[in-house]
Design a protein around this ligand. Structure first.
Ligand code: PBG
Length: 324
């Protein structure tokens, strides 16, 4: 039907019509809130490159988890800021290290919120890479055992789900096998399966103090030009036992989210990463955009592309906004 019989504007005429026919809506159920845990008491240290985000000591992680729970956010994902770094990333898998303590603290005080942990070595290695080094090269296979140990230590501390973000080949299988052997076959793995080598991670590297001390992450994270490879990476991780497939970053990769949604039948998560967050906040600070509006529009675009879950630093604000 053509104009004048058909008129697109009829159903845009008032807020109720628009509400009734909106195809994609953001729900609190879609949101996962990333938090940065650091040693100490009552620490709430602003992350300069991420306005509104903080490095939090365990007591404040618990408080924020409580607020997230009250706002209706179902899950948080924890990152650790290491107290010590070494060549074998020993603080990544030590029982008394920061993520393990933060997980236990949240599970003791806010048991009903889902606690996911980021599993990686980069915040704990002295060189800042996501695997261990052998003669200047990142040794894939030697890193697997340490990643599996890290995941196991998180789960032993009480984590409900683990999320490997290192991009070493074979790590999902290794983690799955380790968890199964240790009677954690019920714990799901959300794999950062499709993780691009991206400049949008810049602010995060300040937040987690995990910038590589030399070189870059291009030998393990994906090349931004590749889409077929995304399907291959996702397929491999599904075969290895992943339960949720993540695409990261989100905004420059909406086509990848869309393609994966057509190709695979697992839930898809998208990470609205630090650089994406900080650009919107910077625009707001300059008075150029309304951050609340652009954040909501951004999240809708990610969901419309096909994401079932969205990791976003705005999760708490957005959940509160949805409740208002
Ligand atoms: C650790 C990790 C990174 C992010 C999540 N896990 C950084 C990186 O790979 O360099 C980025 C998250 C963000 O930018 O918000 N490997």
């Amino acid at each position: 039907m053509l104009f004048p019989d058909s008129r697109g504007r009829r159903l845009r005429a008032n807020p109720n019509f628009r509400r009734m026919i909106r195809e994609t809506k953001i729900s609190r159920d879609d949101l996962i809130l990333p938090l940065f845990a650091i040693e100490g008491k009552s620490v709430k240290k602003p992350i300069e490159s991420m306005p509104g985000q903080f490095q939090l000591s365990c007591d404040n992680i618990v408080k924020t988890a409580q607020q997230a729970q009250e706002a209706g956010v179902p899950a948080i994902i924890l990152f650790g800021v290491a107290d010590k770094k070494d060549s074998l990333a020993t603080r990544a898998y030590a029982k008394d290290s920061i993520v393990q303590k933060a997980v236990a603290a949240v599970k003791a005080k806010v048991p009903d919120i889902t606690v996911i942990t980021d599993v990686c070595l980069c915040a704990y290695t002295d060189h800042g890479h996501c695997g261990v080094m052998d003669k200047g090269i990142i040794d894939n296979d030697a890193s697997l055992d340490l990643l599996a140990k890290t995941a196991l230590s998180h789960v032993e501390a009480g984590a409900d789900m683990v999320a490997p973000s290192d991009m070493m080949d074979g790590r999902v299988a290794e983690i799955r096998q380790t968890l199964d052997e240790e009677n954690f076959s019920h714990i799901p793995i959300m794999s950062y399966a499709v993780k691009y080598s991206s400049a949008f991670y810049g602010p995060f590297r300040e937040a987690a103090d995990c910038a590589p001390q030399f070189g870059d992450r291009k030998t393990y994270q994906m090349d931004p030009g590749n889409a077929l490879e995304a399907i291959r990476e996702a397929t491999m991780d599904i075969e290895e036992g992943a339960d949720i497939i993540m695409v990261k970053p989100a905004l420059s990769y909406l086509d990848i989210i869309y393609r994966l949604k057509q190709e695979i039948d697992l839930p898809i998560a998208a990470y609205n990463v630090s650089g994406e967050y900080s650009m919107m906040k910077a625009g707001e600070m300059m008075g150029w955009v309304d951050a609340k509006e652009v954040i909501m529009e951004t999240l809708i675009s990610i969901k419309r592309a096909g994401a079932d879950l969205i990791l976003t630093y705005s999760a708490l604000d957005v959940a509160r906004e949805l409740n208002a």
